[in-house]
Design a protein around this ligand. Structure first.
Ligand SMILES: Nc1ncnc2c1ncn2[C@@H]1O[C@H](COP(=O)(O)OP(=O)(O)OP(=O)(O)O)[C@@H](O)[C@H]1O
Length: 241
């Protein structure tokens, strides 16, 4: 399988602070990869670097063999992006937005099917700013995948969704992989990572501290991924007097 994403020793600073601090990882094409880690670990910054929205201070990022910053315009039509903070004009109606984005792509997904699966029909005429949190999430997910991207970058795709919505997005992610799409997601849902991922990277303080398939990380299911994660990312014990 070809390499879809290659990150080598990435450093991204905000002022003095290194949000990403020498992070390396490789994503194989056609797989689902989850990036886990505590709040502030650098997951979003890493994903944004792959999308060309952050310029590395040092290190190298390649997505589909392209430099996400220098080759941004060539890369963008080939990737789908779901940001943590939505991303739509506040007055636009949900389905207007989705239909518009579909027209920008040569071979969009079947819209009625997508609308139905993400339960967007009933809120289709609602302005974006009035959508519920979960409806915004579903719309953002639809916008990320409607153009049949080669890679979908999904930042916390199921945060705030009800259990049905969560399961539907899981199934859509599996369908994407079956169609040969590479999926890179960040999540705090250990069950989500365990169920969906071919490969998991655990990030802490801007570095990868563990990597492997869920099967390997959980020692063939003898531990839960949550326990493994908690042990890996445990804060240092406080000094007691
Ligand atoms: N634009 C910014 N300016 C300054 N600091 C930032 C900026 N964006 C992120 N940071 C800082 O960089 C660090 C990494 O943030 P990032 O959003 O990448 O973490 P994360 O792993 O995605 O966290 P979460 O799980 O909470 O979403 C954090 O300490 C954050 O405060």
């Amino acid at each position: 399988m070809p390499v879809a994403v290659e990150i080598d020793n990435l450093v991204v600073r905000y002022g003095e602070k290194a949000a990403v601090d020498g992070l390396s990882l490789t994503v194989t094409g056609g797989t689902v990869t989850s990036v886990l880690g505590p709040n502030g670990a650098g997951k979003t910054t890493t994903v944004e670097s792959c999308e060309g929205f952050r310029r590395p201070d040092s290190g190298r990022v390649r997505v589909l063999g392209l430099d996400p910053v220098a080759d941004h315009e060539r890369l963008m039509p080939r990737i789908g992006v779901m940001l943590q903070e939505g991303g739509a004009w506040s007055g636009v109606r949900a389905l207007e937005m989705l239909r518009y984005v579909a027209t920008l792509h040569a071979h969009p997904l079947d819209l009625p099917g997508l609308i139905d699966r993400l339960d967007l029909g009933s809120c289709g005429r609602t302005p974006y700013r009035r959508l519920s949190g979960g409806q915004k999430q579903r719309l953002s997910f639809a916008l990320a995948i409607v153009g049949r991207p080669e890679i979908a970058f999904l930042d916390e795709p199921t945060t705030g969704l009800d259990p049905h919505g969560r399961r539907e997005i899981w199934q859509l992610i599996r369908d994407l992989r079956d169609d040969g799409v590479t999926v890179v997601l960040t999540t705090h849902g250990m069950d989500e990572a365990e169920q969906l991922s071919d490969q998991v990277f655990v990030v802490s303080a801007g570095k990868v501290i563990a990597a492997g398939s869920p099967d390997v990380l959980t020692e063939h299911g003898t531990k839960s991924l949550e326990d493994v994660y908690l042990a890996l990312t445990a804060p240092p014990a406080r000094e007691t007097r």
